[in-house]
Design a protein around this ligand. Structure first.
Ligand code: FVH
Length: 295
């Protein structure tokens, strides 16, 4: 039945790793697809699967109302779309950028007569088109555009609208990715500690994974504390206790010949929070670090 239902035609600009994965998902879902890429050879395999290949970005934009952009960065959008007529187009920008860049790009698109939606992709290319892998995209900007094209946008990855402010998709995207890099830093430190010892990293890996999964429960607790404005409820591991343990982590790193540079910025914030008011903050959890980061 899916084959007989007419699917929205769309244009995709950019056939890098992510653009190619998106294109494959839209073709697999039966959407007529026009593609353009600066390096034309990358379009060959998609043409063989039925995609129309435009000779230039302006031609690709002219082909369809819905235009999805998956280029490297904001500068490449400026360059690629300089000569394109966006009047009456629905532009969906999937580059990873800042909230400010997204807001400026929304104003740019609106001034050129287009509706604009910004997207932050929470997936890597192999997850695209595979719902069980859990890929999704944050969208923000024109709600009308989102509602009108929701089904098309959801073909490669689940579509989650996070607000009319065009910067919100990037804000959510970068917030989640920032947390991911913090986790990567902790993982790197853990492997560095055992490296050189007779500990097989493949044996540490499942221990590390399950510990991080268990600790992910703290995310919801932090959110509850921030919402309540009180960081002491249900605290099992107080800030005072954790700050007392900091020298153990630093000495272990030293004993193992490992730089503690990934950990010390966080430990410094914990200590500053406690030092500001030991009697009050000592009974909290680590939520107070958020306030220190906000200055
Ligand atoms: N791949 C990933 O894991 C992440 C997942 C989350 C989202 N990101 C963002 O998606 C954007 C595209 O990423 P990508 O993985 O497709 O990136 P590349 O494989 O490097 O392809 C880049 C494409 O951009 C074209 N391009 C670059 N500069 C220009 C330009 N000045 N004018 C026109 N096109 C340009 C490039 O063309 P070519 O090199 O093949 O000619 C590729 O099509 C990105 O924002 C990620 O942060 C991906």
């Amino acid at each position: 039945a899916a084959d007989t239902v007419s699917k929205t035609p769309l244009t995709l600009l950019g056939l890098g790793a992510m653009g190619t994965a998106l294109a494959g998902a839209w073709l697999a879902a039966g959407h007529p697809l026009t593609v353009w890429n600066r390096t034309a050879a990358k379009a060959g395999p998609l043409a063989a699967r039925g995609a129309a290949v435009a000779a230039g970005a302006a031609e690709a934009v002219a082909a369809n109302r819905l235009v999805v952009v998956c280029l490297l960065d904001d500068a490449s959008i400026e360059e690629a779309l300089a000569g394109a007529d966006l009047t009456g187009k629905d532009v969906v920008n999937l580059i990873t950028g800042t909230p400010g860049t997204a807001r400026a790009r929304a104003a740019w698109a609106t001034a050129r007569g287009a509706r604009y939606l910004d997207g932050g992709i929470m997936a890597v290319p192999p997850m695209i088109g595979i719902p069980q892998a859990g890929p999704y995209v944050f969208y923000s900007g024109s709600r009308d555009l989102f509602e009108e094209h929701r089904a098309t946008l959801a073909a490669p990855a689940d579509a989650r609208y996070v607000g009319a402010d065009a910067g919100f998709a990037a804000l959510h995207d970068v917030a989640l990715l920032s947390a991911m890099y913090g986790m990567f830093g902790g993982v790197a430190h853990a492997f560095a500690l055992v490296r050189g010892e007779s500990v097989d990293p493949r044996e540490l890996a499942p221990l590390l994974s399950s510990w991080l999964t268990a600790m992910a429960g703290s995310v919801a607790a932090t959110a509850e504390h921030l919402a309540a404005g009180d960081y002491t409820g249900g605290v099992a591991s107080s800030l005072a206790m954790q700050v007392a343990g900091v020298p153990t982590f630093l000495r272990t790193a030293e004993e193992q010949g490992v730089s503690a540079e990934l950990l010390t910025p966080y430990f410094d914030l914990m200590r500053r929070r406690l030092a500001a008011d030991p009697a009050r903050h000592g009974a909290e959890d680590l939520t107070g670090v958020v306030d220190l980061l906000r200055g």
